[in-house]
Design a protein around this ligand. Sequence first.
Ligand SMILES: Cc1cc2nc3c(=O)[nH]c(=O)nc-3n(C[C@H](O)[C@H](O)[C@H](O)COP(=O)(O)OP(=O)(O)OC[C@H]3O[C@@H](n4cnc5c(N)ncnc54)[C@H](O)[C@@H]3O)c2cc1C
Length: 271
Amino acid sequence: MIPRFEYIRVFSLPEAVDVLSRREDAAPLAGGQSLIPMLKLRVASYGVLVDIGRVRELRYLRYGDVVEVGALVRHYELEESPCGFLRGVAVRIGDPQVRSLGTVGGSLAHADPFGDWPAAMLALGAVVKTAGPDGAREVAIDDFVKGPYQTALERGELVAGLEFRCPPRGAYVKFARRHNDFALTAVAVAAEVKEGHVSWARVAALGAADRPVRLRKVEALLSGVPLTADVIASAAEAAAKEAQPPADFRASAEYRRALLSVAVKRALGRL
Ligand SMILES: Cc1cc2nc3c(=O)[nH]c(=O)nc-3n(C[C@H](O)[C@H](O)[C@H](O)COP(=O)(O)OP(=O)(O)OC[C@H]3O[C@@H](n4cnc5c(N)ncnc54)[C@H](O)[C@@H]3O)c2cc1C
């Protein structure tokens, strides 16, 4: 049985922040696709769940020069996004049930080391917008995920949304044991390629460390060079050297390292 908890539904952002900052044993409930399994498995327990699902201020999706994704945007809403990079990530998350309930903000806040959105947002260089008892903050994604299931969020603070530019070129390559399972490894690349030369590239990976990380040596290697087969092969090799993959019941570190190298090769080949 799930340990007993109080359930409070809130309808505005100030109300959500108020309840969450007053109650030390409170947690926000968004799509429930990670929180409910955690309660069932008894790896988490809270005195009160604050259902933020009806908070309008967190539900927006705007495409302009900057893409603005509210925390409550569900994975499926990005499956047909005009931004191709987002489509490539969204369709690889879980199954249709998970995608129809799970939210982007929930995924970021949960910071599962194998969650797809944190790595994708790292490649995009997103800004995480938060709302809390001390007001709103903007946190660079590079500073947001602090470790496995750990973020820069403070007590009572919510992910309100994310902002980033849709990259001119992008690719997301994910390896999982079964289609749309959690990743063994995944590589997200956002880049600009002009006349065959890479102007800039941000490369992020899952399964290369205990949290999503940027592959900075790969990024440096790509900067300003033509995207030839040799460059791609060197980048794949550099990724394998740079990574410090975790080992668990799903894959050994060496297997992840090998997959990572292939994922880099495929992702760069798709730019
Ligand atoms: C069968 C299955 C398969 C899955 N496969 C994948 C997969 O392949 N890839 C993947 O990335 N994920 C996968 N997931 C997880 C899924 O993507 C979740 O939707 C996501 O991790 C959390 O989003 P949520 O809205 O469901 O958050 P919830 O479960 O409601 O919350 C998760 C955590 O974040 C907190 N939280 C939620 N929203 C906010 C907010 N706005 N601000 C601050 N804190 C907040 C909660 O308090 C909780 O601690 C899978 C889940 C299941 C059940």
